[in-house]
Structure formats: structure tokens, C-alpha cells
Write a protein that binds this ligand. Structure first.
Ligand code: SF4
Ligand code: SF4
Length: 408
């Protein structure tokens, strides 16, 4: 065995930077003393990320994309393995972009996400000057020199808004003329049935309108195993029209599954939920790329070693079990239930926040977002109208009550 005496688990917990810097090498003896040997090990264990062409620009983008909220060692590890697209790169406004990106700036695609102003994604509005000012500030403070992609965060409320609200696009055009941005993209949520916006529509409906409008190059949207017929139709159409597609919020229910020993014991040996999902997302769908959140080197290796690799029989077995479990426990946020609710409870928002807590272990974020809701889970009267339309047949009133008890 090449791993010598240090156990794999502990080895993987070491940061890539530390490993490359020689600490792990010293711990593991002569075979590991060179930086090249360690890099080779990671490349063998995980593999370089395959790339696909994204959108009309046909840029080659790694099938697993990274994010500005990853720790610097994980960004470095990702870049070493060919990760070259960075979502939310404006997070690097705080301390500057990692050196590995800045040193080889043209080899990376960095995205700035831009929010509506004077409110959140429900109540805020578009403001050309504010969007323009924010991106200029982000370029300066991140030290990136420019952003490859300017992303409208949370997207449009409905197809009508795509046509009427052009402030974001005008800001993009001004910034593009100044060489500060290159491509336009958006992340789209579903506003179907939302009581907080007028005429909210599904993500698939809005994305089709965006694609027809022709100005945006690609989109990020919520998508996870085992797929979704509405989104699958959109993804197929997008592929034919050279409109790029990137899945986000992909790990539906996996955080809680991974901590559930009883559930994990039922999976075939040698399969983990993140790994099986990474294989599925990158080989069994028509997506161009996907974001899967990883927090440490162990998760990095476990998850990303599945990228671009075909599913084995045991991965399929695991995915079937994961789907049954996720359908019972974790909402896919399609929004179909919301229109049914006589109390106008933002069900999919509540269950999205529950996912932040239960899957990402991000309780502060979940509680803060829950506190900002105008109507909370304790308004539920248990009528069960929502359950009639849920594609997962989820026990929604019970889920909402539990979420309120946890987050309220
Ligand atoms: S059961 Fe509760 S959440 Fe569902 S529709 Fe009725 S009031 Fe709304
Ligand atoms: S509870 Fe069911 S219907 Fe409502 S958003 Fe989630 S998956 Fe869709």
C-alpha cells in the first residue's frame, strides 16, 4: 500500500496546502517527500476534472465548479485538479482572491453574483447604477481585474419580468464596455405559488423565457437526484440551443443521511452518498456542470473522486435507497405546494432553510433566514391541501412543524 502508516482518514483531513508543503510528506516517510509525489497521489485518487463546453461561448469548464466560500486550501486543491470555474467569486472581496487564481487569472472563470437592492430577492428591485457600482467595487476589492460572469442572483419572478426589467442587463452592458465583465448568467429559484411576489412562476418557465430572450449565456438552478421531469425538459432544450446549465443545491438530504449510521449501514460497501451523487450528476444527466458543497479534504476527495465516472451497480443501489430517503425527508423546492396553502405559508423556503440546517449544518444561516419570514410554520392548520400536489408525497404539515420547532 502506498499510504504507508498514516491512516487514510487522517491523511485526507490534512489540507492540500499542508500536504503539498511537505508536512504530510514528512509524516509519511521517504516515499512522500516530494511535492510531485503528493500531487500525483491526489490526481490518482480523485482524477483531473473533465471539462465541458459551456453556453454560446463554448468555454471549457470543469464539470465540478468551485465557489468563493470554499476555504483557500480547498480552492488550491480544486485548481490543481483542473477546477476552473468559481461561483460567488465576489466573496473574495473580503480578503482578496486566492493567489493560485490571481497568478494564473486567464486560466480561471470567476463569477460575481449580484442581488436586487433595497430588500431581498422577493421584495428588492433592479437598479442599474447600484448593480454597476457593486460590480466595480467587487472587481477592485477581489483583485481579480475583471469577472468572467455577472450573475443575477435568485433570478426573475416570472417571464414578464424578464422582458420588462432591464436594469441588470444595462448595468452588465456598461461594465462589459469597460472590460470588467464578459458574460451574463443567472441563478434561478422557483417562485411558483409564492405569496410574496406577484404572479410568481416556476424556475423552468422563467428559464425558458430567459433562453428565448437570448442575452444570457447560462443558468444555475436547483437540481438533484433522481432528476425532475420539468427541469429535464428544460435541460434538453438548453443543450440543443447552446444555453449552459449548472446544477446547484444538488445534495438533497445527503448531509443528514451521512450522519445516520443506520441508513449508512444499509448502503453497499465502498459507496458514499456524495460520491454516488457526483457520478450521477456528471454522467447520467445532460448538465454542463454542477456545484456540490464540500467543507474539508475528506469530503473533497470522497465527493469529487466520483466526478465524470460512470455509476457502478453498487452506486445505483445506493442512489435508489437515497432517493427513497430523500423523498421522505428533504424537499426538492419545486414550489408546487405553495399555491394550495390557505395560510400562504412559504413552504419551500421553510424547507430550504431546514436543508441548510440539517444537511449543511449551517444553523445560523437557517435561523436567521427563518426569522425573516413574514409567515412561519406555526400558522399551519394541518389541512393537508399541500400534500395533494407534492411529487414526493411528503408529510408537509409534520415537516413544517418540526422545522418551526428547530428554527423558530
Ligand atoms: S397543511 Fe399547513 S402548510 Fe399545508 S396547505 Fe394546509 S395550512 Fe398550508
Ligand atoms: S414540499 Fe413537495 S411540493 Fe412543496 S416544494 Fe417541496 S417537494 Fe415541492
Amino acid at each position: 500500500m502506498e499510504k504507508n502508516s498514516l491512516e487514510r482518514r487522517n491523511f485526507l483531513k490534512l489540507s492540500f496546502t499542508a500536504a503539498i508543503g511537505g508536512i504530510a510528506g514528512r509524516l509519511m516517510g521517504n516515499n512522500w517527500n516530494s511535492e510531485a509525489t503528493l500531487k500525483d497521489h491526489f490526481i490518482r485518487e480523485i482524477g483531473r476534472f473533465p471539462r465541458r463546453k459551456l453556453g454560446y461561448s463554448q468555454r471549457e469548464v470543469s464539470i465540478m465548479i468551485g465557489a468563493g466560500d470554499m476555504s483557500t486550501p480547498l480552492v488550491e486543491a480544486g485548481a490543481e485538479l483542473g477546477m476552473n470555474y468559481w461561483h460567488k467569486a465576489n466573496r473574495w472581496m473580503r480578503g482578496g482572491a486566492p493567489d493560485i487564481i490571481k497568478k494564473n487569472r486567464e486560466a480561471h472563470y470567476c463569477q460575481v453574483t449580484v442581488d436586487r437592492v433595497s430588500g431581498d430577492h422577493y421584495t428588492g428591485h433592479f437598479d442599474e447604477q447600484e448593480h454597476y457600482r457593486y460590480v466595480k467595487e467587487a472587481v477592485k476589492r477581489s483583485g481579480l481585474g475583471y469577472f468572467d460572469d455577472m450573475q443575477l442572483h435568485y433570478g426573475y419572478h416570472n417571464a414578464e419580468e424578464v422582458k420588462k426589467e432591464r436594469g441588470f442587463i444595462r448595468a452588465f452592458e456598461r461594465l462589459k464596455r469597460e472590460g470588467l465583465v464578459r458574460h451574463l448568467c443567472l441563478s434561478q429559484h422557483s417562485y411558483r405559488g409564492s405569496s410574496r411576489v406577484e404572479n410568481g412562476e416556476s424556475d423552468a418557465r422563467v428559464l425558458k423565457a430567459v433562453m428565448e430572450d437570448g442575452l444570457y449565456e447560462h443558468a444555475q438552478f436547483m437540481y438533484s437526484y433522481p432528476g425532475d421531469p420539468e427541469m429535464d425538459e428544460f435541460i434538453e432544450m438548453a443543450r440543443k440551443k447552446n444555453f449552459g446549465t449548472i446544477a446547484m443545491k444538488t445534495a438533497r438530504g445527503i448531509g443528514r443521511m451521512s450522519r445516520d449510521e443506520e441508513f449508512m449501514d444499509k448502503l453497499p460497501d465502498g459507496v458514499s452518498p456524495y460520491h454516488a451523487m457526483a457520478r450521477w450528476l456528471t454522467t447520467e444527466t445532460l448538465l454542463d456542470a454542477a456545484v456540490i458543497r464540500v467543507r474539508n479534504m475528506e469530503e473533497f476527495t470522497d465527493t469529487y473522486s466520483g466526478a465524470g465516472k460512470k455509476l457502478r451497480d453498487k452506486d445505483w443501489q445506493a442512489l435508489r435507497k437515497m432517493t427513497r430517503e430523500a423523498n421522505r425527508t428533504a424537499c426538492r423546492m419545486c414550489g408546487k405546494c405553495q399555491i394550495q396553502c390557505p395560510r400562504q405559508i412559504p413552504i419551500s423556503d421553510i424547507l430550504r432553510f431546514e436543508r441548510y440546517a440539517m444537511d449543511d449544518n449551517d444553523w445560523n444561516k437557517a435561523r436567521k433566514l427563518y426569522a425573516g419570514l413574514p409567515t412561519k410554520g406555526n400558522s399551519c392548520i394541518g389541512c393537508e391541501s399541500c400534500m395533494q400536489v407534492c411529487p414526493q408525497n411528503m408529510r408537509i404539515p409534520d415537516k413544517i412543524a418540526r422545522a418551526h420547532a428547530m428554527l423558530g
